[in-house]
Ligand binder design. Structure first.
Ligand SMILES: [Zn+2]
Length: 415
């Protein structure tokens, strides 16, 4: 275990505290100051005990979806890097390969940002997503008899030194979830550091742009991650500004929405060759739901209507197309676990039949297409757009688990 002395001391403290308390009972660590007291969580859901069971049941999880979720965690644990976290393109080094049993290593390595055959540059971000999957099932460092406690400990430790634009909001989200669940102050500094760094990157237009240093203006994918992190950080005592919703909402209102309800990637996206997409409509619906802005507005209603027409179906095909004289393969259908992830957050927040209809399709798509053979058992093949092109099998499997946890992963934010 890679532990700095301070973390080791805190871990020992927390272990004592954990032993003295019921897993359900959010209690402060021994000797904690009032500063570590947290507000009642508004977003981060109950991942342990009776409250989780009730939320799971209420929102449609069942023994099949829970079994599938746990098998996903098992695959992730078997393919974790030794020092914690995950290596999106070298995880097959951990595969249980056996010539006698005809067990092949897993395929589906991560690639470059646009599918280039290079080492995946998003190991820290993908490690954070996989760590979230374990936090979603209630696994915390220092929990006695928890087989995943050490893995989560090592992975969170790795995320403390995570670098990279995409890793920042996802690592912050991990620390916010760990702190809000444990409520012992162990990750409070990490949350505060993450929130400060994210707010420091906020653009004049109110949101975030991953390419901000060289391309002015915010973009949807990066803003969506930052919003998730900041709304979760609020549950962990993070100091999130009051104008977050209004600022991001005003920026979103300037984005093009086409006749089909698809949403632009940037305010002037067409200048850079980006046309509005279905995926960005899923992101927009999730962001407005998390921020509580524009929920009665036409833009949000159009996004939810598009989501209702694009519920998860595990089906994919391709057609050839010519773009600027170059022949490319275009994916047909909307198999994208990345897209579904945001659709899952948005529809769960919407609740009612919007949620039950989405969840009905989602659980069929995920449970019915999880691998159950060989070393790959428990994982999902990275066939959807972003999984195939960039994140690979670790990314796909982390997203699959996160979506199956949605019934208790998040609360419906009360307004
Ligand atoms: Zn494997």
């Amino acid at each position: 275990m890679r532990l700095v002395p301070r973390a080791a001391a805190l871990l020992a403290l927390a272990a004592i505290a954990a032993a003295a308390q019921d897993a359900d009972e959010p209690a402060a660590a021994a000797g904690s100051e009032p500063a570590t007291r947290l507000p009642e969580p508004r977003l981060i859901g109950p991942r342990r005990g009776e409250e989780r069971v009730r939320a799971a049941r209420r929102n449609g999880a069942n023994t099949l979806t829970e079994k599938s979720m746990r098998e996903g965690l098992d695959w992730l644990a078997r393919h974790a890097a030794e020092g914690g976290g995950w290596d999106a393109d070298d995880f097959a080094a951990r595969c249980a390969v056996s010539v006698e049993q005809d067990r092949e290593p897993c395929d589906g390595v991560g690639k470059g940002q646009h599918g280039e055959p290079v080492p995946c540059p998003f190991d820290d971000a993908i490690s954070a997503l996989a760590t979230l999957a374990f936090l979603g099932d209630g696994h915390l460092p220092g929990t006695p008899d928890d087989p995943y406690a050490d893995l989560v400990e090592r992975s969170l430790e790795r995320l403390r030194s995570a670098s990279g634009t995409w890793a920042l909001p996802l690592a912050t989200l991990c620390f916010a979830e760990a702190e809000a669940m444990e409520r012992a102050g162990r990750y409070r500094d990490d949350v505060d550091r993450g929130v400060a760094a994210l707010l420091g990157k906020r653009q004049k237009d109110g949101a975030w742009g991953y390419a901000a240093p060289w391309r002015p203006g915010s973009d949807m994918p990066y803003s969506a991650l930052c919003v998730q992190a900041l709304i979760a950080a609020r549950d962990a005592g993070g100091d999130v500004p009051d104008d977050l919703g209004a600022g991001v909402g005003t920026w979103m209102d300037t984005l093009e929405v086409d006749a089909k309800g698809r949403v632009a990637y940037l305010v002037d996206g067409r200048r850079y060759g980006y046309t509005p997409t279905t995926t960005n409509a899923h992101l927009a619906a999730a962001m407005r739901a998390l921020l509580g802005v524009g929920l009665d507005g036409a833009a949000h209603k159009r996004s939810l209507a598009l989501l209702a027409r694009k519920r998860p179906v595990w089906k994919i095909s391709f057609r050839k197309a010519k773009v600027r004289g170059r022949e490319i393969e275009v994916q047909l259908g909307h198999l994208s676990m990345y897209q579904w992830w945001y659709g899952t957050i948005a529809t769960h927040q919407a609740g009612g039949s919007t949620w039950t209809a989405w969840w009905g399709k989602l659980k069929g798509a995920l449970v019915g297409h999880q691998r159950d053979d060989g070393c790959a058992a428990g994982s999902w093949d990275p066939v959807g757009e972003y999984e195939r092109l960039t994140g690979g099998r670790v990314f796909a499997t982390a997203l699959g688990v996160l979506m199956l946890q949605e019934p208790y992963r998040h609360r419906r934010i009360e307004r």
